[in-house]
Unconditional design. Structure first.
Length: 194
């Protein structure tokens, strides 16, 4: 899952928000210096990722991407699932998205100085530029994915993956709407942060 989904599963406090995003920034190498609350958030991040990566519907959805892009289909799905979460936000969360984003951005900024450098840079850009606003549109998703493709350190054909998404948009949305409630139930069952 991508940033918004991980924040969705965080508890409403700064340490949980920090931990639930830290997994995308080399989380395990930083555990010595972390509070228990941040470590629990990090564990929750990995729980979400493991469930997502091993879910049969998510695995099948990767085959909707063309063969030259399939290697990076997991990345594309992570970002796309944030888009679908935004589209269906009111079905999954009681707090309006605009209010949730403001609160999450503020909580993330509370721990900014403790974050690894790369995470500090990403969180600063995310909160100042409201990345999730961009994720509302399919054009914004395409732009975000093409930016990710540029940052991959070797020659790849990931750029233009929005073409595969557009071709299978309805199927991919159906996958998300079936999968995400199962993920919610999985996180609730394990209650790693309670």
């Amino acid at each position: 899952m991508n940033y918004l989904a991980h924040l969705y599963f965080a508890q409403p406090n700064a340490d949980s928000h920090f931990g639930n995003l830290l997994g995308d920034f080399g989380g395990k190498i930083h555990t010595q210096q972390l509070t228990t609350a941040v470590k629990k958030g990090l564990d929750n991040h990995y729980l979400v990722d493991r469930f997502t990566d091993n879910h049969s519907a998510v695995k099948q959805a990767k085959y909707l991407f063309s063969t030259q892009r399939r290697r990076f289909a997991g990345i594309a799905l992570d970002v796309l699932f944030d888009h679908f979460l935004i589209r269906h936000w009111s079905s999954f969360h009681q707090t309006p998205l605009s209010q949730f984003k403001q609160s999450s951005y503020a909580l993330l900024n509370e721990n900014l100085t403790y974050m690894p450098n790369r995470m500090q840079q990403v969180v600063t850009r995310m909160t100042q530029n409201d990345w999730f606003k961009q994720y509302e549109t399919i054009e914004g998703i395409g732009f975000a994915l093409d930016n990710i493709a540029k940052r991959i350190r070797f020659t790849n054909q990931f750029s233009g993956s929005i073409e595969d998404i557009n071709r299978h948009y309805v199927e991919l949305e159906t996958v998300f709407l079936a999968f995400f409630p199962e993920l919610i139930a999985h996180v609730k069952k394990h209650r790693l942060e309670s």
